[in-house]
Design a protein around this ligand. Structure first.
Ligand code: XMP
Length: 326
């Protein structure tokens, strides 16, 4: 009988056996998989683990703090934070093509992670130590998708910024390889991780960078972050988090429409709500959210987020539409 407690004990034992007294590094994305993998390794080998969080400035409101403050408080993990917001903004300046954005974000992420890694290795070497292991939050479905077998690469690594890089100088520690997502969440809860992290809906590695249709600027990120926070807060308040697989909130930065707000005419941007229900993100249907919830989200976003004068609802299934707009 595989209880959450026994999964936890078994993984902790395995990690201890694999790692011995060597040092370990782990990248945190803000998502549930990397957080639970890191917390398990921390439980197993304590201060032999150093986590790296590359803050690319493309996370949603509160998410960087959840990693830097709440995750650290819950686990006591050693965390190295790389504040790279400016680097990503500079690299993305003037770029509006979705695939180009993904490539740039992925490339800068690897560079930033490697720099952080070098800084940590330099510290470790000052104490005569090397880092031998890299933790990855690979789940069982990822293993199956990539053809299985020991050492099979995480198929999503090109796609999933949080787990990168799979560097050949390290041996991999993959404590979630036998688990499904719901088991990962249960283990995370058992480890005492913050509910916001354990319950987090899927969020793409390139983050808000691919939820701005148009090029990415600080101002647009701030605007989108506010609109997204309002939409998420209202969904949660309505008790519908579990009905919805994911709800991208998208800024159409290259589109403007006329509105009337306060005393006058405005010429602002639309925000798109994209709530979907899905089993595995391969196919999806648009969520039939209650009209009064949609009305609250629309009223609050247009009242509280300057520059937005229209909220629209995406009623396309997947296929033909993808979940994200980019
Ligand atoms: P689409 O938009 O293809 O998305 O229907 C399917 C799922 O994948 C997520 N997604 C990404 N995740 N990096 C990621 O880590 C990406 O570049 C990326 N693009 C889409 C999307 O949020 C949905 O859950």
């Amino acid at each position: 009988n595989w209880t959450t407690g026994s999964i936890l004990e078994e993984q902790v034992d395995r990690i201890r056996e694999q790692v011995g007294d060597a040092r370990v590094i782990c990248g945190l994305s803000g998502g549930v998989d990397s957080a639970v993998a890191a917390a398990l390794v921390q439980r197993a080998v304590g201060d032999q683990l150093t986590c790296v969080f590359v803050d690319h400035g493309l996370l949603r409101e509160g998410e960087a703090e959840q990693v830097e403050r709440d995750f650290v408080a819950a686990t006591g993990v050693n965390l190295y934070v790389a504040n790279e917001q400016k680097r990503f903004l500079d690299a993305l300046a003037g770029v509006s093509d979705p695939e180009t954005k993904r490539k740039i974000i992925g490339r800068e992420f690897i560079r930033a992670f490697e720099e952080a890694e070098r800084a940590i290795i330099a510290q470790a070497q000052a104490h005569g130590e090397k880092i031998r292991f890299l933790v990855q939050g690979t789940l069982y479905p990822d293993v199956v998708e990539s053809g299985g077998g020991e050492g099979a690469a995480n198929i999503k690594s090109h796609h999933n910024v949080g787990g990168l890089p799979e560097d050949l100088q390290f041996e991999l520690v993959e404590p979630l390889r036998a688990l499904f997502k719901d088991e990962v969440r249960a283990v995370g809860a058992q480890l005492g991780l913050p509910a916001e992290i354990v319950g987090r809906q899927p969020f793409p590695g390139p983050g808000l960078g691919i939820r701005i249709v148009g090029d990415v600027t600080q101002e647009r990120l701030d605007l989108l972050r506010r609109a997204d926070a309002i939409a998420r807060a209202e969904l949660t308040a309505a008790g519908l988090d579990n009905e919805v697989w994911q709800m991208p909130v998208v800024l159409l930065a290259d589109v403007r429409s006329v509105g009337v707000q306060g005393d006058g005419r405005t010429y602002g941007h639309p925000i798109v709500l994209r709530p979907v229900s899905s089993e595995d993100a391969m196919t999806a249907d648009w969520s039939r959210l209650p009209y009064d919830l949609l009305a609250r989200i629309s009223n609050r976003i247009t009242n509280e987020v300057e520059g937005v004068n229209r909220v629209v609802l995406d009623i396309t299934s997947k296929p033909p539409g993808t979940i994200e707009w980019e």
